[in-house]
Design a protein around this ligand. Sequence first.
Ligand code: ADP
Ligand code: MG
Length: 363
Amino acid sequence: MIELRNVTKLYGTTVALNGISIRVAEGELCVLIGPSGCGKSTTLRLVNRLVEPTSGEIFLDGKPVRSFVPETLRRGIGYVIQSIGLLPHMTVEQNIGIVPKLLGWDMERREKRASELLELVGLDPPAYREKYPSQLSGGEAQRIGVARALAADPPVLLMDEPFGAVDPLNREAIQDEFASIQRKLRKTVVFVTHDLDEAVRLADHVVVMKDGVVVQEGAPEHILEQPSNDFVQDFVGSDRVLKRLSRFSVEDHTEQGEPVPLPAGSAGRSYITPLSENPVRPVWKVDPSGLLLGLSVPGDDQLFHPPEPFWVHPSSNLREALALMLYLHVSHLPVVDEHRKFIGEVTAAQIYAITRRGVGHGA
Ligand SMILES: Nc1ncnc2c1ncn2[C@@H]1O[C@H](COP(=O)(O)OP(=O)(O)O)[C@@H](O)[C@H]1O
Ligand SMILES: [Mg+2]
């Protein structure tokens, strides 16, 4: 969908990009990551022709971008930047409607679209439609920025550190929301960040850049597993094993487990001994309808209720599962659905097996 072919960009004598080649497949979220000044923003701006290359060629859906009138090109590409650029004298609804208006949509269609998009980015349409940018928090303004970029339903989104100015707590929430929007819409996205956690949370494909060249690219879990050189190794950090675990879902690593129904009305008692020094496989006790009650250890029918929540959901990741195991001092966790119905278990042994595969370069 997007291709940069052997692109060099000089600003005077500064080499911003040095013969870079990148391909982004349709529907893929590609993250460009690297230290400040490595050429991420320049790469992004070449795609919508805010910057012209010194040499090399950029293609959008197989056509050279220089064959488009820049304004037409930009209307077909959503662009979200850190400083948002909401127009202060326009309401939220009018800001979202800027590109649709340029495209000649009538008022009714623009208003309907603005409501849909506010809903999509998690803001209540009646409460936000008429607000002005100065009445929004940083996180809300950033959500409006995303809504505006999506307004005319462009197939391509360019995002330059879009959540960089949002405080850490809100940033995670907005990242999760954007990830779920992207799962629905499947846009082709090029996303610039210098935040590795953000890249790991969002990316299908990561391109690590340094001094205007690509130093490594691949799936995040692959780069975390095998940094190709010392630069990437330092960049991903010594906790890369943990970061990598967040790319694996509980759902994909749920084992059968051993649910045993307790007769209705049987009494249980409080949890006393953690299983850490006793790495036996627990017997999960469920009620006759399959809801998890607690556990017992083999050979002892005593029902234990660990402090809650002592379970994980299929949508959790293995990093979260490991954190809970460490917190509870246990080596097995039950996996339950949202009604607490027993599904299976995840085990420390599985997690260790995955981390062993991830030792890689120099570790
Ligand atoms: N408009 C410009 N004029 C001169 N130099 C620029 C301009 N834009 C970027 N640069 C230089 O090009 C290099 C890459 O910049 P940029 O793409 O913004 O990096 P990043 O987004 O990775 O921080 C840097 O050395 C930067 O100083
Ligand atoms: Mg930049």
